[in-house]
Design a protein around this ligand. Structure first.
Ligand code: NDP
Length: 292
């Protein structure tokens, strides 16, 4: 068996078409143009790429975007002042501070400084708390993108054994919470694994849906999954460069061996990545709608 490929590129395209209509309506009916501020601190190459992709996505959709590049040795105080200014700026509906931040800055303090109504990354404790208790809020983009990928590929989560590998605050923990919510795009039985899990393969072999976000290539190989599993590979690992100088990307799953047993699998690149960006756009539009 060779798995069906779940294309995040294609699904993100469909969602962008839906969003374009919403933006036109917001502009024509309400005179509101959604606005996103992206803040990049320092010159980490991967962060630069991510911020660039987010800016490009805004401009393709007709979202106003403001990019603020700050030096890597900026003080926490100055960054907090900037956020305060953006919180008050009526052209800006969403604020995204690209993580990770340099060591001298307390990430948690920065996230908490963002107005929860503009927290389109869904990282503010107010939004996280609402997500956990199932209230309306901005959902974190990557986990929300995973839910959309599954739903739009016709994968039922209700009653499924979902195994998540990785317990970060931005992927593993929110995915766990969303999958166990009492609603059709949830209702799963969820297991969360991490580096202290005793027998990772025991758990991954039980999964109907396996979501892997560890940050290491080949964390999961073909011998660790059952026939017919649906695999969502969140990982993005740079393992070298092509002769043309382009980064070679692989996920956290050994695609070649796992695809032989899986019913469906996301590729890297072109799986979860495009979904993360489009969900950020969706949250920004929602933030603008909330101001009407
Ligand atoms: P973190 O490093 O914050 O977390 C990794 C988690 O994986 C930790 O909980 C760690 O366990 C666990 N882990 C690591 N190795 C193993 C292992 N061998 N067995 C079991 N658990 C393991 O990573 P992130 O969640 O931020 O990112 C994960 C991956 O997803 C990265 O490749 C990242 O680039 C990618 N990513 C992709 C996005 C996208 O849009 N496509 C968005 C965000 C992330 P412990 O807690 O015990 O240390």
């Amino acid at each position: 068996m060779s798995a069906k490929i779940i294309s995040g590129t294609e699904i993100a395209k469909q969602i962008r078409e839906e969003l374009k209509k919403e933006i036109v309506e917001l502009k024509e009916r309400h005179g509101v143009t959604p606005g996103l501020a992206t803040v990049l601190v320092g010159d980490d190459p991967a962060s630069k790429v991510y911020v660039g992709q987010k800016e490009k996505s805004c401009s393709n959709l007709g979202i106003y975007s403001e990019r603020i590049d700050l030096s890597g040795n900026i003080s926490e105080e100055k960054l907090l002042l900037l956020i305060e200014k953006l919180n008050k700026d009526s052209r800006i509906h969403g604020i995204l501070v690209q993580l990770p931040l340099p060591k001298q800055i307390n990430e948690s303090r920065v996230i908490c400084a963002i107005d929860p109504a503009k927290d389109v990354d869904g990282f503010h404790p107010v939004n996280i708390g609402k997500m956990v208790i199932g209230e309306k809020c901005f959902l974190p983009c990557t986990p929300h993108g995973i839910l959309e990928l599954l739903a739009r590929s016709g994968v039922q989560t209700e009653g499924a054994e979902v195994v998540v590998v990785g317990r970060s605050n931005i992927v593993g923990k929110p995915v766990l919470n969303l999958m166990l919510q009492k609603r059709p795009a949830g209702n799963a039985t969820v297991t969360l694994c991490h580096t202290k899990t005793k027998d990772l393969a025991f758990h991954t072999k039980r999964a109907d849906i396996l979501i892997v976000a560890t940050g290491y290539p080949k964390t999961v190989t073909g011998d660790m999954v059952k026939e017919g599993v649906v695999v969502i590979d969140v990982g993005v690992n740079r393992i070298g460069k092509t002769p043309e100088g382009k980064a070679i990307l692989v996920g956290d799953v050994d695609f070649e061996s796992v695809k032989e047993k899986a019913a469906a699998i996301t590729p890297v690149p072109g799986g979860v990545g495009p979904m993360t960006i489009v969900m950020l756009m969706k949250n920004t539009i929602q933030a603008a709608k909330n101001t009407i």
